[in-house]
Design a protein around this ligand. Structure first.
Ligand SMILES: Nc1ncnc2c1ncn2[C@@H]1O[C@H](COP(=O)(O)OP(=O)(O)O)[C@@H](O)[C@H]1O
Ligand SMILES: [Mg+2]
Length: 229
């Protein structure tokens, strides 16, 4: 968020009746929720990939050192599946179907053995409903360029990270959180394309909300990491 957006969120919260309002950077909350030792002097890297955006951040001494955010994440993966089905198979499918395909047979790297499922939609040419089988290999191809943009955010952060902290990250790896980190083999693709081992946190969908809870319940410990108003 910009400074203006930060002020607006704090003001809105206070005028809604809160006595005090606090802000925490989302990657920091994700890192706390993923149980990274954020207060330590060494570097820790978190990659939070949600629906609307993917954020990569290196954290040290309780603060964000380098950070990159792209507005490319799960929703763009779904859109890529919709576009592929239309372009390659003349089949119009909805967002819910695309998300279902992604979760059932989607994979960041080619699955062996290949998996398949039936997809229903509307034929572009006849305008009539149609069902067809689609394979995991096709979905991997359809979502490849979106995934490369997401991985690009991690690479961007690594490139800006001071060498001392970068060396910590090579040792400890990158921890992934957010719903899209559950996409099959995205951790493997990230590892392959960044050269740094990547792991998915426990319960990645809950890291941000858990981390926020931990921070608000231990404000003394995390006061350096939150903004108060
Ligand atoms: N098992 C899964 N495989 C792939 N993507 C998933 C899976 N579960 C959830 N998602 C995706 O995760 C995204 C939501 O993640 P979340 O971290 O809750 O996002 P946000 O923080 O932006 O609300 C959606 O795009 C959803 O399709
Ligand atoms: Mg999120």
């Amino acid at each position: 968020m910009t400074q203006v957006e930060r002020r607006a969120v704090l003001d809105a919260t206070l005028s809604a009746g809160a006595k005090t309002a606090y802000l925490i950077d989302e990657p920091l909350a994700a890192a706390i929720g993923a149980k990274l030792p954020i207060a330590s002097a060494s570097g820790n890297m978190i990659m939070d990939i949600g629906g609307g955006s993917a954020e990569a951040a290196v954290i040290s001494l309780g603060g964000v050192v380098t950070h990159k955010s792209v507005r490319v994440a799960g929703n763009k993966v779904d859109e890529a599946i919709i576009a592929y089905m239309k372009r390659r198979h003349n089949l119009l499918i909805g967002e819910t179907t695309a998300e279902e395909v992604k979760i059932r047979i989607g994979s960041a790297t080619v699955l062996a053995p290949e998996e398949a499922m039936e997809v229903k939609g509307r034929d572009v040419v006849t305008g009539l409903p149609r069902a067809m089988a689609i394979t995991s290999t096709e979905i991997t191809e359809a979502i490849r360029s979106v995934l490369l943009q997401i991985v690009g955010a991690a690479r961007g952060v690594l490139e800006q990270t001071p060498p001392e902290l970068a060396s910590d990250i090579i040792d400890k790896g990158i921890v992934m959180s957010g719903g899209t980190s559950l996409l099959r083999n995205l951790d493997r693709l990230m590892t392959e394309l960044t050269g740094v081992p990547c792991h998915v946190a426990d319960e990645p969908l809950l890291c941000v909300v858990r981390g926020t809870g931990v921070a608000i319940e231990n404000l003394d410990l995390y006061k350096k990491s939150v903004t108060r108003r």
